[in-house]
Ligand binder design. Structure first.
Ligand SMILES: Cc1cc2nc3c(=O)[nH]c(=O)nc-3n(C[C@H](O)[C@H](O)[C@H](O)COP(=O)(O)O)c2cc1C
Length: 307
């Protein structure tokens, strides 16, 4: 039996597969289902202080080798969303399931991040993810994640305010290594690379952008090489764990990210292609790969491509 368990700065996961923020995490019910379908942890939807309606439709379109979305960070606001986390925790307790919850938060400055972090901590999450990387919600993401001073300042303020592990989710910018170093200097426990890649699609018949917001974030198989490269380059420079993200659809995709230096991964678009039990499927496929290649545990191959 291959051991898939992993350790992200002291946070133990039974397997490295974490539900990515924004996909099936609006409610306690959908997150419970994902945990039952084999995920090692779930990340919540990115939650802001005030409710956000998000953009009008169309907000999601399938394109070549992936999906393009501009949801606009719709969420009910922290006040309402913590009820979903409490419900999820009660359901997990009742059913005797051990489920790790990562609270994703999104704000416009360090004050908002600190306030959100405190609320998430009170709700009982196991770790926090600072979303500094949304590619299409003006003032709420990629602008912060592209500026190392902001990354360091926000991470540092959150770390000073709470004792939970803090993951910093970065955008796929050219200078992602600089942003990762800034997160590490700010005290981050891990970085998540990458969020979606800015992209767009145009309808040839009416000559108009397909998404209502015109520009969106590209996810799925097409971005995997970008994510793997980001993890590989960051791994060489920082000493905190990396959670890989982007285009992981099958067991071999997971293995590639782990070889590049990731300790765990996040999975979103794969649910669209393979269903909610994609977590169980990827666990099986990666266990088979490890067994076939003579390994007893996932930990043995972390960062092998760097040597
Ligand atoms: C519909 C949709 C909504 C998303 N919403 C969020 C979000 O609220 N917060 C966030 O940090 N990332 C969000 N993402 C990005 C994903 O968490 C992930 O970083 C990205 O999709 C790449 O992984 P994938 O190729 O496995 O989907 C969203 C992605 C999609 C497709």
């Amino acid at each position: 039996m291959v051991n898939l368990s992993t350790d992200v700065s002291g946070l133990l996961l039974k397997n490295p597969l974490v539900l990515a923020s924004g996909i099936l995490n609006q409610t306690s019910g959908s997150m419970l289902r994902i945990l039952k379908d084999g995920a090692g942890a779930v990340t919540t939807k990115s939650v802001s202080i005030e409710p956000r309606k998000g953009y009008s439709n169309p907000t999601l379109v399938e394109v070549e080798h992936g999906l393009l979305n501009a949801m606009g960070l719709p969420n009910p606001g922290i006040e309402e969303y913590v009820k979903e986390i409490e419900e999820l925790k009660n359901a997990l307790k009742k059913e005797g399931i051990c489920g790790v919850i990562i609270g994703s938060i999104v704000g416009k400055d360090e004050e908002e991040f600190v306030e959100l972090a405190k609320r998430m901590k009170d709700a009982g999450v196991n770790a926090l993810e600072l979303n500094l990387s949304c590619p299409h919600a003006k003032g709420y993401g990629i602008e912060l994640g592209s500026d190392p001073r902001e990354v360091k300042k926000i991470t540092n303020q959150v770390k000073s305010a709470i004792t939970l592990p803090v993951w910093v989710k970065l955008p796929p910018i050219h200078q992602i290594v600089g942003a990762a170093l800034a997160a590490e200097e700010g005290g981050a426990d891990a970085v998540v690379a990458i969020n979606t890649v800015r992209g767009m699609a145009i309808n040839l018949e009416n000559h108009m952008p397909i998404l209502s917001n015109s520009v969106g974030g590209y996810s799925g198989p097409g971005i995997k090489p970008i994510g793997v490269r980001a993890v590989y380059e960051i791994s060489k420079e920082i000493n905190i764990p990396i959670i890989g993200c982007g285009g992981i659809i099958c067991g071999e995709d997971l293995i590639e990210y782990i070889l590049a230096g990731a300790s765990a991964v996040e999975i979103g678009s794969a649910i669209y292609y393979r269903g909610t039990d994609v977590f169980r499927k990827i666990s099986k496929e990666s266990s088979e790969w490890l067994h076939k290649h003579g390994y007893n545990s996932l930990k043995e191959i972390i960062g092998l491509a760097l040597e």
